[in-house]
Design a protein around this ligand. Structure first.
Ligand code: PLP
Length: 370
């Protein structure tokens, strides 16, 4: 199988797998006072440090400006943010992951920020929405890179608008981490969500990065772990895995980006004049190509045909729990029905090869009879 669906999940790094297997052999409860407990605590603190380092919180004095709260997933971290702002006016972009957008449909204090037809958040609309809010407490949530298109959002500009209105800014950086350099201090954001399985860590592990001055109230109660922000005995081996994955990414990011970029260029050149690449005129992740063509079969037929030929890719649209629905991202970008119904997402990793891309191009042409 040639796996080209790394935005859905990517393989666990072999070193991460090894350390995790090793750590599950010890009885590691970080709340215990004995030697094992202290070892667990150390591992957790070490991981926090490695994650901070990956997102460029490196200066000792800055180190205390943010804290890392471990969660079971990116989904949980996103939910944790929103649960802390139930009394605020919340502004989320129309292209957010369902873990942000789902809640948005349930609450009246949430407003949707439009995106333009390039897939970029509409800053004027954001400004307009903020100026109409009379609530002193305001939260903006705009992802750094979109999971379907890979389009990178103008987050610094979002922060500039937010500052005019004293709004807190959260960003879901799940898809960006491990694919581009992310410096959350330079971006100026207050909160960020990460997910381990998108950058070589294990499934079922994530974190919320929060400015230390923000008090984060738990949505899961119990033993008061994670400085009271998230109860539940810590999954020490998974947390060690996230930390190691972060450390490895930090050391390899430049080379990985170069490799992914080469693959992206090869893929898109190979399909030039055959498909439209969504977002090819704006900043995009080096590993994501959402392709669509009026001469292509519909998305599901393509996915099944490609699967039979040994290629794993995803629909352009949200696909959760195996359900396939129309893409809210492409709809928000005002793409035509024809473009939406044939879109497929190819998302690579630095581990893919040129020959795999060439095989994919061949298979894509064959199944679509182009
Ligand atoms: N945010 C984005 C942008 C994602 O792509 C995903 C997963 O696909 C998530 C959040 C959810 O992360 P997790 O799978 O850890 O719940």
């Amino acid at each position: 199988m040639i796996y080209l669906d790394h935005n859905a999940t990517t393989c666990i790094h072999p070193q991460v797998k090894e350390i995790m297997a090793h750590l599950t052999e010890d009885p590691l409860n970080a709340s215990s006072i004995h030697t094992y407990g202290r070892k667990a605590k150390n591992i957790i603190e070490n991981s926090r440090h490695k994650i901070k380092s990956l997102i460029n919180i490196k200066d000792e004095s800055r180190d205390y400006d943010y804290r890392v709260i471990f969660t079971s997933s990116g989904t949980e971290a996103n939910n944790l943010v929103l649960s802390n702002f139930h009394d605020a006016d919340i502004f989320v972009s129309a292209i957010e992951h369902s873990s942000i957008l789902f809640i948005s449909t349930q609450a009246s204090n949430i407003k949707i920020i439009k995106v333009d037809n390039k897939g970029l958040v509409d800053l004027e609309h954001l400004n307009d929405l903020l100026s109409k809010s009379s609530n002193n407490k305001k939260l903006i949530s705009v992802m750094l890179a979109n999971n379907e298109t890979g389009i990178i959002q103008p987050l610094k500009e979002v922060v500039t608008v937010a500052n005019k209105f004293n709004a807190i800014v959260h960003s879901d950086i799940v898809q960006a981490l491990g694919k581009i350099d992310v410096d959350i201090i330079d971006l100026g954001i207050d909160l960020a969500t990460i997910s381990a399985h998108k950058f070589g860590g294990p499934l079922g592990a994530g974190a919320l990065i929060a400015k230390s001055k923000l008090s984060i109230k738990a949505q899961i109660f119990g033993g008061g772990q994670e400085q009271g922000a998230r109860s539940g005995t810590e999954n020490v081996s998974a947390i060690a895995g996230v930390g190691l994955a972060a450390e490895i990414v930090k050391g390899e990011l430049k080379n990985r980006m170069k490799k992914m970029q080469e693959l992206q260029i090869r893929l898109e050149h190979g399909l030039v004049k055959i498909v439209k690449v969504i977002g090819d005129d704006v900043l995009r992740l080096p590993n994501t190509s959402l392709i669509t063509s009026s001469n292509s079969l519909d998305t599901m037929t393509q996915l099944i045909a490609l699967d039979l030929k040994g290629f794993a890719v995803s629909p352009g649209s949200a696909c959760s729990s195996g359900k396939f629905s129309k893409s809210h991202v492409l709809e928000a970008m005002n793409l035509s029905g024809d473009e939406i119904k044939s879109a497929i997402r190819v998302s690579t990793s630095y581990t893919n090869t040129n020959i795999e891309i060439d095989y994919f191009i061949e298979a894509f042409k064959q199944i679509n009879n182009i």
